[in-house]
Each structure stands twice: as C-alpha cells, then as structure tokens.
Design a protein around this ligand. Structure first.
Ligand code: MSP
Length: 640
C-alpha cells in the first residue's frame, strides 16, 4: 500500500527585507507539521522559499545600486542559512526567479487565458511618479498623497490584462461552505466570506510600468502581477510545469500556513486562479497571528525587529522553537518579550523537563550504577501512567491536526507533570532504603525512563535536537523514521540492561536580571545592521542649503502634520514651504526663527499646497526640532 501523503507550505518571503521572527514563526510551525507527519509515517513534502519579483524589490535594489537579482541572491542566503540554524527540514527551497517557476507561471496564465478568463483592459490607479508606484484610492494619505513619500499622486491609466475573478464568486462561496475546514481558524472565515459577498471584481494581473517580473506569454511589454507569480510557487515547487509524479502525488496541498495579512490572497485569488486553470484547491489555509516585540509593532524604522540568528545563538534553537509555538495560540497575535521567553525556558524547559531527566538519571546512577533497570513489579500507579501516555498521544494528534501547537505542547507537559508526580508518589529514595523493595525500585525507575523515552518522541517535532539529546542520554539507538510510530508509542519498550549515556543538563537556567542588564549594555545587539550608503562630495554639492527666516506660519486645512510657511531666503527670494512639523510646533512658535532650508528641491504639492523647498529638522524622541541658526546668520547665507 502506498503511504499517505502530506504537503505543507509557508509563504514565500520577500527579499527586500531580512528575516525576522515573523518569518521564523511560520517556518518553524510548518516544520513541526512536517516532522510530526514524517514521524507518523507519511510521505511528506515541505516547501518554503522566496518571492523575488515586483516593483518593491526592483526599487530596493535600485536604492542599493545593484540589480534585483543581485539583491535577491544576497537575501536568499540569509533565509537559507537561518533555516539551517533553526533546524528546518524543508524538502525544497523555491525561488520565483527559478526557470521552472517562471515556466509554471506562464503555463497557468495560458491555461486561464485558454479558459477565456483573461482579457485586455485598462488599469486605473493613483500614480506617484517619484516612487513609480500605483496606489489605490484607499491607500492615499491626506487627499491624493502618496503613502510612501507624501507627495501628490496623479490618476493614471495603463493597459493591463485582467482575470475574470468575478466569474468564480459563487463557486468559491459554495466551496467554502462545503469545506468548513478550508479557512482556518474559523473566526477568519466570516471575514473572507463577507468580502466575497460584497462582490468579487475582476483582478488586474499585469503591469507595464516596471520590468522586474515574468513576462505575459505572447505580450512581453507586460509583466505578470506579483501575486499571480508568487502564489503559483505552491504548484511550481512540486513540478507543475511537466505535471510529474511528484505533482500528482502531492497536489492539492494539505495546508498552506500564512500570516493573517495575506489570507485574502490565499483564499480568494489563489482558489479562483486554480478553478480557472482546472486544478483542485488546497485542503486548508491557516492564518496565524502577528508578533509584536516588547509591546511594539516590529518595524525597520524602530529597529526592533529581533534577529532570529542572534536569538538562536543566545538561547539555543529548541528554546526558541518551543517559545514561539507554546507562548501564543496559533491564530492569535502575540508579544515577544525577553521576560516571557526566560520565564518559559526556566520554568517549562529547565525545571519541568530538564529536572525530570536529570533527577531520574541521577537515581539510575546512584542505585543501579547507571544500568537501565527492569520492569518487575507492577502497581496501580504504573497503569494510571500508561493510560495517561495513551491519552496524551491521542490529544497531541488531535491538536496537531487542528494546528493548535500550544495545546499539543500543553498536553505533552501534562505528561511531564505526571511523571514528576509519579516519582514523588513512589519516592524511590524511600524504596532504596528497604532491600525488600529492590524490585519495585527497579520498576519505578524503569517506568520513568520509559516515560522519558516517550516524551522524547512527543517533543521531536517541536524540539528535534533535544529529542535526540534525551535519547542519547538514555543510550537509545533507534532511528525513529525506520521504526513504525505505532510500535514506538507502546509503553515498556525501553531495553533494560544497557548503560545510560553521558548525563548533561538540557537547558541551563537563565538569570533574568543579569541577562536583561547585559542586553541593555550591549546596546540591543539584536538590532539589524543598517546599510549606510556613502555619497561623494559631488553628490553632496548638489544640495544647496540656505539660511531662511520664517516670516509666517499657518496650519493647512485639517492636516495634523503640515504647516504652510513663508520663508525669506535673502535677496528678495520669498518662498512658500510646507513642513511636516505641525505636531511639534504651534505655528506662532516658528515665526522669527532662522532655520536651515534645502533651497534647490524641486517644487512639489503637498495636500494641494505648493512647497518650494524643505526645512531641516531633527527627530528627537517623538517630536521634531528644527535646525535653528544663530541670529547673526543673515537669511540667504549658504551652508556648506
Ligand atoms: N511574499 C509575500 C507572500 C507570498 S506567498 C505566495 C509576503 N511576504 S512577506 O515576507 O512580507 O511576509 C511573509 C509572511 O511573514 C507573511 O505570512 C506575514 O504574515 C509574516 N509576517 C510578517 N511580519 C510578521 C509578524 N510581525 N508576525 C508574524 N508574522 C509576520 O507577504
């Protein structure tokens, strides 16, 4: 009989960002599912990779003065090396710049075309020329302004291919209704259903305004929309181009794990694309929540995105894997804090699990010279414990199936607690004092050792290294993939008579205060490196900074940020300048100040108001402080 299959994916990560714990989270979660199913004997395929096309990546590369492919190549290495460090067991790493992926995207596009679902039309959006980006009306700030640079955008049109997504509205609703597990967790389903019920519009699926992407087959002025490109990775990664054996074996996927922000792409765009191409839909899409760090949203500008490499180096890979999946129910948002992490390491890992192993092996050494004893005299407490083992295996299986990692771990830790209780109840140290209880003493220690062997299996998907370490300390030499899991689950399987291995502490305790002091002193070692671009003196000399005296200042309409200033730049050059400092200064407080002004900046309109220059200001804590010049500097003086 052929093995049951299991196909799990992560989103493919953009290469304009370096990996952070948000990325690590999904990938570790997918790894746990893959490892669990492999252990249960499934034929597993686990896919992850990188999303490398699109305008954002083209722009990020341009800023660094390199090609998009060069940028991708360097960031891809960071993802790959992090996955090695986090012990990720992916079967393939897909890049959307891979030739086979490009062919697959063109193939699905053609299939959709053949099915009459692609037509040429015009895409209309709000275009920011300096950023070369289209925005939708709802994304614009203060009127028509670009959410990225604040400058005015223009309504523009460009030719675009459209996907007749509207055609699939009813079929998709029906599919969601008939497959209650398709969108998980259930709380997210309603959100998607009401979005679809509002009416699915046709989707613009190509662009002519940039080049970094996969050309539309037969019309290479257009590149294919980045989400069509990206979503296709889930089939291109298993051989959709030639629909090989692997593709037949693993498609449809059992589960796509994604963050809540990209659920709509996966439960509306992706299934309708697949319907159009005549392919079956994935069985489940599960949206997890978002992490904040010490209560704050992670962002590049705050520099608080924690580098997972540093975390692993500092706390160890399994402590991080455990924390991410134990701390927060998968599906809900969570907060990453050092306090919470240290609490989990010291409590669950060092105390509960680590001590259990340590005290047991200590007694085996003390009472039996390190030789694994035999199961001899049964007692009720043993039977209860064996029952508990069976219960925990069942619970863990149920929780992993419903992707409730924290519940699976909680359940495993009830067994840890039971084993600790079993030791206390049977008090081997008392039995050891009485020679007539020697057989019972053997039995008690055997039961605990066998229970620890079982724990090593249960924690394997979450903490593969610790799982192996425990088996090494018990001196068990089994390949858990060669044995049948159903057999390994049985109790009393541990071989007696062997000598235990070298005893080591699994998780050293961390002194919270000492750690926090050190991290603060090391000045947040976890901050990502900032790439500072150097400029030449010629670059700098292009900027003409002059002293300007502020003559008038007033608020602009309802804007909270902007002030309209009248500034004297000397020699009769009076300018109107819009400055984003309204949250820091009452208009009157600026009048009379002599400030530094970039005088040769191309005029722009901000909220419809013309601005002919820019005032320099420092960002201090949470407010602006303008760069003021001494009174004796006359307006118009050039600052070099
Ligand atoms: N490239 C797209 C996905 C295409 S999949 C066909 C993308 N990439 S991403 O790099 O921006 O995000 C990848 C994943 O990281 C998303 O699932 C997103 O939810 C997740 N996270 C990004 N920041 C996160 C947190 N702060 N916390 C948890 N996950 C977060 O979107």
């Amino acid at each position: 009989m052929s093995k049951q299959t299991f196909y799990v994916t992560t989103p493919i990560y953009y290469v304009n960002d370096v990996p952070h714990i948000g990325h690590a989270y999904t990938t570790v979660a997918a790894d746990v599912l893959a490892r669990y199913k492999r252990m249960c004997g499934y034929d597993v395929f686990f896919l992850t990779g990188t999303d490398e096309h699109g305008q954002k990546i083209e722009q990020a590369a341009l800023k660094k003065g390199i090609t998009p492919k060069e940028l991708a190549d360097s960031v891809v290495e960071r993802f790959k090396s992090l996955w090695v460090k986090l012990n990720i067991s992916n079967d393939k790493f897909i890049r959307t710049t891979d030739e086979s992926h490009k062919k697959a995207v063109q193939k699905i596009f053609k299939k959709m075309q053949e099915n009459g679902d692609i037509y040429l039309g015009e895409y209309e959006g709000w275009y920011c020329t300096p950023c070369e980006t289209y925005w939708t009306e709802t994304q614009l700030l203060d009127g028509n302004n670009c959410p990225s640079c604040g400058r005015e955008t223009q309504k523009l049109k460009e030719p675009s291919y459209f996907f007749r997504m509207s055609k699939y509205q009813d079929t998709l609703l029906k599919y969601i209704e008939e497959n209650p597990d398709f969108i998980q967790p259930p709380s997210r389903k309603n959100e998607i259903v009401s979005f679809i019920k509002e009416g699915l519009k046709d989707l613009s699926v190509s662009r002519v305004s940039f080049k970094w992407g996969i050309p539309v087959p037969g019309d290479d002025k257009h590149v294919i929309y980045v989400w069509i490109d990206a979503l296709t990775n889930y089939i291109s990664g298993i051989g959709y181009v030639d629909e090989n054996e692997e593709f037949k074996k693993f498609w449809p996927a059992d589960v796509h794990l994604v963050g809540k922000d990209i659920l709509r792409f996966h439960t509306v765009y992706w299934p309708t694309m697949l319907m159009s191409a005549g392919l079956p839909l994935p069985k489940k899409v599960f949206a997890h929540g978002w992490w904040t760090v010490e209560g704050q949203k992670m962002s590049k500008s705050l520099g608080n995105a924690i580098d997972p490499n540093w975390l692993v180096d500092t706390f160890g890979v399994d402590a991080i894997r455990y924390f991410l999946l134990r701390e927060v129910p998968f599906g809900l948002d969570g907060d990453f804090s050092f306090k919470a992490l240290i609490h989990r390491i010291n409590g669950d890992l060092a105390n509960d699990l680590g001590n259990l192993l340590n005290r047991t092996l200590g007694m085996v050494k003390r009472y039996f010279k390190g030789i694994i004893p035999e199961y001899k005299v049964e007692d009720e407490t043993d039977i209860e414990l064996f029952k508990k083992v069976e219960e925990v295996f069942n619970e863990v299986d149920k929780h992993i199936d419903s992707i409730a990692f924290n519940k699976a771990l909680m359940s495993i830790w009830t067994l840890v607690a039971e084993l600790n209780k079993y030791i206390d109840k049977n008090a081997p140290w008392m039995l050891a004092k009485d020679d007539s209880q020697r057989d019972r003493l053997e039995t008690v220690l055997y039961v605990v050792l066998d229970g620890i062997r079982i724990l090593s299996l249960l924690i394997y998907p979450f903490m593969p290294k610790t799982s192996e370490e425990i088996r090494n300390q018990l001196n068990i030499k089994i390949d858990i993939f060669k044995e049948s899991f159903e057999d390994l689950k049985k109790v009393k399987l541990l071989k007696s008579g062997n000598k235990i291995g070298e005893v080591k502490q699994l998780f050293p305790r961390i002194d919270e205060k000492e750690f926090l002091d050190r991290v603060t002193a090391e000045n947040k070692k976890s901050e990502p490196e900032k790439v500072v671009e150097e400029i030449t003196i010629n670059d700098f000399s292009k900027v003409i900074i002059k002293a300007g005296k502020i003559l008038e200042a007033e608020k602009i309409g309802k804007s909270e940020k902007l002030l309209k200033l009248k500034v004297d730049l000397g020699n009769g050059d009076i300018r109107q300048i819009v400055a984003g400092v309204a949250k820091s200064y009452e208009p009157g407080a600026l009048v009379g100040k002599t400030v530094a002004v970039v005088s040769n900046l191309k005029p722009a309109k901000l909220m419809g108001v013309k601005s002919e220059g820019m005032i320099l200001a420092a960002w201090v804590g949470d407010k602006h402080v303008v760069v003021e010049l001494a009174d004796e500097v006359p307006a118009g003086s050039v600052i070099k």
